[in-house]
Design a protein around this ligand. Sequence first.
Ligand SMILES: [Ca+2]
Ligand SMILES: [Ca+2]
Ligand SMILES: [Ca+2]
Ligand SMILES: [Ca+2]
Length: 203
Amino acid sequence: MKRILGIVVIASMALFIGVSGIHAATQAKSTFEKMDADGNKNITATEEKAYIENSFKSLDANKDRKLTRDEFMSDKEAVFNDMDVNKDGLVSIQEFVGYLCGKPPKAVKAKKSKTVPKSHLQKADRNKDGKVTEIECVEYVEILYNYADGKGEGKITKEAFLERMKDVFKHMDKNKDGVVTVEEYNIYWLGKGQTVIKGGKVK
Ligand SMILES: [Ca+2]
Ligand SMILES: [Ca+2]
Ligand SMILES: [Ca+2]
Ligand SMILES: [Ca+2]
């Protein structure tokens, strides 16, 4: 059960990080801001879908509509370095939340929550109004961080981060042929099929 939960968390975390293929040398915008195309501080399902599609295109270097592991991993070290704002080689929860959601609102404190949303971004939509706000983003990402940082040390190393990203690739590649197709990618990120992992139901 714990393992399955872990896989789901990896999936969710990567929705934010793994697909941030649109990586810039200096991250001017948080992932939240990038996804929020119309800048109204809410992420809708349409905006999410558009972001996922763009991320696939930007990662698919040779444009054959398949992602290899190398293509997927090509920007991940740079993503880690961008997250690590103070360059101490570790990503703290503040850095993590800042990268993904923008500056965390002061009102929201890190929680040691044990309830993990089942799959993707829309699960962060707590009040179920079909949009994800910055505060919902922060709450969700904090939960992911606490899981990603399994030891509760409040730090994620580059090594651990890259290992998790490799796991993400494995899980995306459903038929295990070594490449991730557009279909596999979309199914993975946009939720369908996420409830069943290796025959086990995630509840
Ligand atoms: Ca929006
Ligand atoms: Ca390719
Ligand atoms: Ca750091
Ligand atoms: Ca495949």
